[in-house]
Design a binder for this molecule. Structure first.
Ligand SMILES: NC(=O)c1ccc[n+]([C@@H]2O[C@H](COP(=O)([O-])OP(=O)(O)OC[C@H]3O[C@@H](n4cnc5c(N)ncnc54)[C@H](O)[C@@H]3O)[C@@H](O)[C@H]2O)c1
Ligand SMILES: O=C(O)C[C@H](O)C(=O)O
Ligand SMILES: [Mg+2]
Length: 681
């Protein structure tokens, strides 16, 4: 038997032979840099569980029957937590045993499922030999591929993520300076593909993974995160990722994507944002049967059990980072509003799909009115047909209603401006007992000239002749040519908003909207489309996506240290966004500002949110901030907006805007200073 001693060279742990010469690389390094799992043909009994320990873990370690004892000699590890994962000589990725995860403070830093090295190897080989991800992106039967997602999008996504893993400053500099070009790669639609394939593509852990197996331990696990300073968390339970359904733990991709935008679009510091997933299982059977899936292999927890897990996560996050803002993302409708109501009056949090989307949609409607020369107050006279009665759809409807009421419409009159359809068609009083609030309030009365329950969208549009057609159904191309024609017959400039994501879930394409509305429509989709054309004229494709709101809303709330996110703050965000359009763009039918202006927009949204928070008394930040605007008024600076001087936007900025800009992170190389441990901590 070979007897070895263990030595250390610098930080890296290296095992030495008895005479001091390193072993060959094969025997020397105990871990591979590759992590993740694979489609290995490992017997089911060998696949273990994420809660290993005891006999099971011992079987797990020995399953390959490595003959010599060298694998029993330890590699010295001098770090704990994240640095262990970042050291290629000791990292085992998802193959870290459960006991090792405990000892090295790795719980929460990796997806819950534990895999073997054999599985990791098989995954590496699959990719090496077959280019598995690339192949998937070429599959002509893949819906996303059919809707225009190309291998080139995936290549770009992987390339950018590779840079992000090595040099965040460079990654964000490239992203900030090329946001309009890259948003569709780091965000929708490509991020949807990245979520679908998250486990297969998993290499380097980012963010925190809390699972149902962590019950009772979440607060200690939160302390495994290396930083005491986290300004914002985006968390999902993966239950409704974009319009792609239940993706379980793979939903982590959306938390990461949203926070990429926090940094790029709103200047949060990349070291102070934390993507999280709460893995309570998945009801997606295909995923559970997929050997590469890294989430826990069980059906979702439901009801009280589920709520307790989310409660524990929120409590842990608040205990560890008391001032953190939490953005809830892509929770399925059944729990989305429930969770929002549970936390919004106690914690600084918001639900992006309900509140961010609502603010974005309202801004688009206001801008649509402005584009046709009408005042915002005319919103109370618009009729809306809405496909989708989930949390996103109903969030938007309630918000539009609120805006109508703000402009003087009595509540009943406002509610009467909506015709809402779900998967079973028009919702009428016939279904009043089977649909819940808030949808019930919008059920159409029966009898007289009214439409039958379950009428389809074409029938409803033909009868109602609305000015606005909204889609938040996640159902794909459900608006037929006839539906769009009927819409355009009833109104001169129809507003056509297929807001579902990603692209193949959009209710209609930009080209179809332009063609069947004979170039008269104003088009705004959730995922980006190229501009369309009709009769030789360019018909702009706007993007009605909550990306216009959540970064600025979060920034404003953080900067003024708001205690809560109020409805007033969200309304302020809507109005600031609507007002960020230039008259000449509106005249062309561009109702959302160009994405290259995204930072300027976030600044305006943030300032408006701060002002409102201050007005409502929920801002706790130093009152000096508010003096900025007062002082500038005294000097005649007043409400005028000034060019931000960056030369990148042409949008005008107020003194408070400039304060916000000064607080933003800009991805530039700064001088570096060595600070020994224990100093400045
Ligand atoms: N653009 C944005 O910023 C934005 C923001 C949030 C959500 N979304 C998108 O909205 C969609 C819905 O999100 P959700 O959380 O409300 O989902 P959900 O699954 O809870 O709701 C979908 C709703 O659409 C209805 N529906 C299904 N098929 C339909 C059809 N053929 N006709 C009419 N209605 C139909 C369902 O009955 C349900 O009421 C997703 O695609 C999501 O990506 C977009
Ligand atoms: O993620 C997006 O692109 C928007 C929205 O939050 C969604 O769930 O579709
Ligand atoms: Mg979302």
């Amino acid at each position: 038997m070979i007897r070895s001693c263990v030595g250390l060279l610098g930080r890296k742990a290296v095992r030495l032979s008895p005479v001091g010469a390193p072993f060959s690389p094969k025997t020397r390094v105990l871990a591979t840099a590759a992590s993740g799992s694979c489609k290995a043909g490992v017997a089911a009994t060998d696949r273990g569980t994420s809660t290993g320990g005891g006999d099971e873990e011992i079987r797990w370690r020995y399953h390959r029957g490595v003959p010599d004892r060298r694998q029993e000699l330890p590699t010295y590890v001098r770090d704990l937590g994240k640095p262990v994962l970042l050291d290629p000589l000791v990292n085992k990725g998802t193959a870290f045993l459960w006991s090792e995860r405990e000892r090295f403070h790795l719980r929460g830093l990796l997806p819950a499922r534990m895999v073997t090295m054999a599985e990791q190897e098989a995954k590496v080989l699959e990719e090496y030999r077959e280019g598995a991800w690339d192949k998937a992106a070429r599959d002509p039967n893949d819906e996303m591929v059919q809707a225009g997602l190309t291998p080139d999008n995936i290549r770009k996504w992987e390339y950018l993520k590779g840079i992000q893993g090595q040099n965040e400053t460079l990654f964000y500099s490239v992203l900030v300076n090329n946001f309009a070009e890259m948003a569709s790669v780091v965000y929708t639609p490509t991020v949807g593909w990245a979520c679908l394939n998250f486990s297969r593509m998993f290499r380097v852990a980012r963010g925190m993974y809390f699972s149902a197996k962590d019950r009772g331990h979440m607060v200690s696990i939160a302390y495994n995160w290396p930083s005491h300073e986290v300004d914002a968390i985006v968390v999902t339970d993966g239950s409704r990722i974009l319009g792609l359904g239940d993706l379980g733990m793979n939903g982590m991709g959306i938390s990461i994507g949203k926070l990429d935008l926090y940094v790029a679009a709103a200047g949060f510091h990349p070291a102070r944002v934390l993507p999280c997933v709460i893995d309570v299982g998945t009801n997606n059977k295909k995923l559970r049967e997929d050997k590469s899936y890294l989430g826990i292999n069980q059906e979702r927890l439901e009801g009280e059990e589920y709520l307790q897990v989310v409660d524990e996560f929120v409590a842990a996050a608040k205990a560890r980072w008391p001032k953190v803002l939490i953005q809830f993302e892509d929770f399925r409708t059944e729990y989305a509003s429930k969770l929002l109501e549970r936390y919004r009056y106690q914690h600084l949090c918001f639900n992006d799909d309900i509140q961010g989307t609502a603010a974005t949609a309202l801004a688009g409607i206001y801008a649509g009115l402005a584009a046709t020369g009408r005042p915002y107050s005319d919103i109370r006279h618009l009729r809306f047909v809405v496909c989708g009665a989930g949390s996103a759809g109903m969030g938007v409807v309630q918000w539009l209603c609120k805006a109508m009421e703000k402009h003087g419409a009595p509540a009943d009159e406002a509610a009467g401006n909506f015709w809402i359809l779900d998967a079973d068609g028009l919702i009428t009083d016939a279904r009043a007992s089977s649909v819940e609030e808030p949808t019930r309030r919008f059920a159409r009365p029966l009898g007289g000239e009214e439409l039958a329950d379950g009428a389809n969208v074409e029938q409803v549009v033909t009868k109602v002749r609305p000015e606005v057609l909204l889609g938040l159904s996640g159902a794909g191309r459900i608006w037929s040519p006839k539906t769009i024609e009927a819409l355009a017959e009833g109104t001169a400039r129809p507003l056509i908003f297929p807001m579902s994501n990603p692209s193949h879930k959009s209710e209609c394409s930009a080209e179809d909207a332009a063609t069947y509305a004979q170039g008269r429509g104003i088009f705004a989709s959730g995922s980006p489309f190229e501009d369309a054309s009709y009769g030789g004229k360019v018909i702009p494709s706007n993007q009605s996506n909550n990306l216009y709101v959540f970064p600025g809303l979060a920034l404003g709330a953080k900067l003024c240290q708001a205690k809560l996110v109020t409805d007033g703050m969200i309304m302020a965000a809507s109005e600031a966004l609507a007002g960020a359009n230039r008259a000449e763009d509106l005249a062309e039918g561009r109702i959302y500002p160009g994405l290259s202006d995204v930072r300027s927009i976030s600044v305006r949204v943030a300032s408006a949110v701060m002002r409102q928070a201050h007005k409502e008394g929920v801002a706790t930040a130093d009152s000096a901030i508010w003096a900025i605007e007062k002082d500038s008024r005294a000097f005649g600076d007043d409400d005028d907006h000034h060019d931000d001087g960056t030369g990148d936007s042409g949008l005008q900025h107020s003194p408070l805007d400039r304060y916000v800009m000064n607080k933003m992170y800009y991805p530039v190389y700064t001088p570096l200073a060595y600070v020994p441990r224990g100093v400045l901590e």
